[in-house]
Structures are given as C-alpha cells and as structure tokens.
Design a protein around this ligand. Structure first.
Ligand SMILES: Nc1ncnc2c1ncn2[C@@H]1O[C@H](COP(=O)(O)OP(=O)(O)OP(=O)(O)O)[C@@H](O)[C@H]1O
Length: 257
C-alpha cells in the first residue's frame, strides 16, 4: 500500500489513550484521561457533556491547536507527535475548517473578503482561485447574495453561515465546530444545524461540540464526556432502535392496560 492509500484507508482522526494535563504553576489540571476516539471520513460526530468536562479541549487537540500530554494522535494517518509549529499551522490551514460559537468575522472586511482571508495563506493560490472558491463556498451556505455586505449588516445566523463558508472555502478534510449555535436564537440555531446536516449529507466530515441534545442527535454518533473521560458512545442507529423500542413498549402498554 502506498502512503496515500494507507492515509485514505485509516481514520481521519485516530486518538489512542489521549491525556491532557495543564500545568498552571501551582497545580496540574487533569482535563482529559485515556481518550480513544476515531473519526472516519464522511462521519458526523457530536461531542456532548456537562460544562467543564473537556469538550473544547478535546476539539482543540483534534484541530491540532494544542498537543496532548500523553497518548497517540494521528491525523490523516500521520502521527502528530513532534510536529513543529509551522507544520501544524500548514496542516490546519489545508485540512481543518473551524467554526466557533463567536463568528469571529472581521468587521471592516466584506463577507467575500472574510471568506477569502484564510486562502491568502495558501502557497501559490491565485487571486482568481481565491475569489472563485469564496463565491462557491458562499453559494453552498446560501449567502452568495450578501458577498459585498459587511458582517454588521447581517443577522447572527447569517454571520455564522458566512463563518461556515470561510471554514469550507479551503476544502478542508474535516469541519470542527465548537458550539456553533451557542450565540444564536432557536430559529437561527436550527438554520445553522440544517446547514451542517446538509453539508454532512453531501459527504463532509464534521465534528461538533454542543450542549444541545436536539442538535447532538443530528450526528451519526454522539461521544459523551464526563470529567475528561468518554462515558458513552451512541450511534444514530442505536438511538433510532431505542426510540422504536420505547414506542413499541408504549404501544403494548396502551393495548393491554
Ligand atoms: N489553558 C488551560 N489552563 C488550565 N486549565 C484549563 C485550560 N483550558 C481548559 N482548562 C480547564 O479544563 C477543563 C475543561 O475545559 P473545557 O473548556 O475543555 O470544557 P468544556 O466541556 O468545553 O466546557 P464548556 O461546556 O463550559 O465550554 C476546565 O476545568 C477548564 O478550567
């Protein structure tokens, strides 16, 4: 098998025995313990759990923003241990799209300029290609008609859709979203979730941190954390079977009082 073939055959993200400890001088904060987690191409994985359980820390490790203290982490089949700062930045720019709770758009740049910005760090990408990619990503999220507007002329939901376009414009291998609906009202939250769902249906790989159970259930698989450990992993099929079993039970109780 060639290097390319083996990278394609292996999970996109492969974590084995991952631990993360923050040393804050006076004490060590043990945030993640012995995490085993794979994310395969085309999967939509949600990470759920109570506040402070380590969800964002885990997503930062997946996004190569931070490094684990222990364990092995492979991205696209390549070990991340010992990778230098520049190599990590290049990998993030080429393979990872980030969406955060705060939209983080630059207020004095137009929507199109915001989406093009990360592409300007790509070696050798022409201005024309950047413009075309930005236009196409904005069309994907239904925001092409606003490309010459400024962020403060858009609603929160629209700004988040632009942030998703910015994350997608570089054709990343995975989209990592940290509470993407956290700053949105119910309706805009649903619109952004419907967008992520549609992107997943078209083949995108997505990993999302969310507090919201309704949104978590949109994913193929939900990984639940508690105190930095994975305590449960349920797949969409399991949840469907459980819901059907609950329905059958209710039906039988109703038929035989
Ligand atoms: N740089 C850091 N230094 C020290 N402790 C940290 C650091 N980053 C995170 N922590 C601690 O790690 C724990 C987990 O934080 P994290 O943000 O990953 O949790 P979370 O599950 O995403 O929480 P929330 O749902 O509230 O956003 C917290 O106790 C936090 O204080």
């Amino acid at each position: 098998m060639t290097t390319v073939q083996s990278a394609l055959a292996s999970p996109l993200i492969e974590m084995r025995g991952i631990g993360k400890v923050f040393d804050i001088g006076t004490m060590e904060v043990h945030v993640l313990t012995n995490i085993h987690l794979d994310v395969r191409r085309g999967e939509f994985v949600s990470i759920a759990g109570p506040s402070g359980c380590g969800k964002t820390t885990l997503l930062s490790l997946m996004g190569v923003l931070d490094a684990p203290t222990s364990g092995s982490f492979r991205f696209l089949g390549q070990s991340m241990s010992g990778l230098g700062r520049r190599a990590r930045a290049r990998l993030r720019n080429q393979h990872i799209g980030f969406v955060f709770q705060a939209f983080n758009l630059i207020s004095d740049m137009t929507v199109a300029e915001n989406v093009e910005l990360p592409l300007s760090f790509r070696d050798g990408m022409s201005h024309r290609e950047r413009t075309e990619r930005a236009a196409s990503a904005l069309a994907d999220v239904g925001m092409a008609h606003r490309m010459h507007h400024y962020p403060d002329q858009l609603s929160g939901g629209q700004q988040q859709r632009v942030a998703v376009a910015r994350a997608l414009a570089g054709e990343p291998s995975i989209l990592l979203a940290d509470e993407p609906t956290g700053n949105l009202d119910v309706r805009n939250g649903e619109i952004v979730m419907a967008l992520l769902s549609r992107l997943h249906a078209s083949g995108r790989t997505i990993c999302m941190v969310t507090h919201d159970e309704r949104f978590s259930s949109v994913a193929d698989r939900t990984v639940r954390l508690l105190d930095g450990c994975v305590i449960d992993e349920t797949t969409f099929r399991q949840r469907q079977r459980e819901a059907e079993a609950g329905l059958d039970e209710r039906r039988s109780t109703e038929s035989f009082p």
